[in-house]
Design a protein around this ligand. Structure first.
Ligand SMILES: [Zn+2]
Length: 293
């Protein structure tokens, strides 16, 4: 009668952990990881090595695969791999495989005539939570949207660059969009002299953007101008924003191009909500429409 069975005594780093029926604990761990986690796995590295020693033990002896697996898993490092898609060296999306990344880049290049600075960056991490990959169709739509934004920015910059500067100062934006109701130089029965600015009518409360960076030199009651903001841009160039319902800046404040400085209103000598916009060079008014794109 046989009272013994062969098993493996398993030691990890010289420490006896228990018995196993087979010598395949590492393979089982790797198979489990590959089955249960993401497709981003690049490498599975079990730092500690199990040593197996064949033993004959009593047939009733239980084996300890679970305990051995647990101990080895503690020292297991998984390295994950994914791919960033960069536009002009700025990451805009991540995908799981190199095939997806290449497919994306090819399709995007095919549907855009322009030269695009797109690149693939191979990324590694041991923290699975860092991986923020996107399903390829969603990534494609998102990248195309970002490219459209970039194209619009480039086109806007080109329009700005093509416009004449005001004594060396480039205007980055219109202060508001609306209907031009009175042009520079026009005469009107509500004024005693030719119009010193451009009137753009739009609804009360519409944000007024400063057309270029500078310093606020006046913010307050400008008599016939109503609530008035003046911004100095250097080189003797000043812009004026009149008839505001609200003013959001103070004299002395620095502003960046396109900052909202006031809201459209009808204060002062005005017959309805509009922005009266002036450009002055060394104190002399000039026609704003010569400088706005
Ligand atoms: Zn006006």
């Amino acid at each position: 009668m046989v009272k013994y069975k062969p098993v493996y005594k398993v030691s990890i780093s010289g420490q006896e952990i228990g018995y196993a029926k087979n010598k395949n604990v590492e393979e089982t761990i790797k198979e489990n990881i590959l089955q249960n986690t993401s497709k981003n796995i690049d490498a599975i590295d079990i730092k500690e090595t199990a040593e197996y020693e064949l033993k004959l033990v009593s047939r009733t002896t239980k084996t300890d695969e679970e305990k051995i697996t647990e101990k080895l898993e503690e020292s297991t490092k998984i390295t994950y791999k994914y791919y960033d898609i960069a536009l002009s060296n700025q990451t805009i999306q991540s995908v799981n495989t190199i095939e997806e990344a290449e497919e994306l880049i090819n399709e995007i290049k095919q549907s855009n005539k322009e030269e695009l600075n797109l690149s693939i960056i191979e990324k590694y991490t041991q923290n699975e939570e860092e991986i923020a990959t996107t399903q390829i169709e969603i990534a494609k739509t998102d990248i195309q949207e970002k490219i459209e934004v970039k194209k619009a920015q480039i086109a806007q910059q080109a329009r700005i660059d093509a416009m004449p500067d005001v004594n060396g100062i480039k205007l980055a934006t219109r202060p508001v969009t609306g209907t031009i109701t009175s042009r520079y130089g026009e005469n009107s029965r509500i004024r005693s002299s030719a119009h010193t600015g451009l009137d753009i009518a739009t609804s009360t409360g519409t944000p007024i953007k400063v057309v270029s960076a500078g310093t606020v030199t006046f913010a307050g009651n400008g008599r016939s101008y109503g609530n008035l903001v003046k911004v100095s841009h250097g080189n003797g160039v000043e812009t004026w924003y009149a008839h505001a319902s609200k003013i959001y800046v103070k004299a002395g404040q620095q502003v960046n191009a396109e900052d909202v400085i006031a809201a459209v209103g009808s204060t002062g000598n005005s017959t309805g909500p509009h922005l009266h916009f002036e450009i002055r060079i060394n104190g002399n008014v000039v026609n704003p429409q010569n400088y706005l794109y």
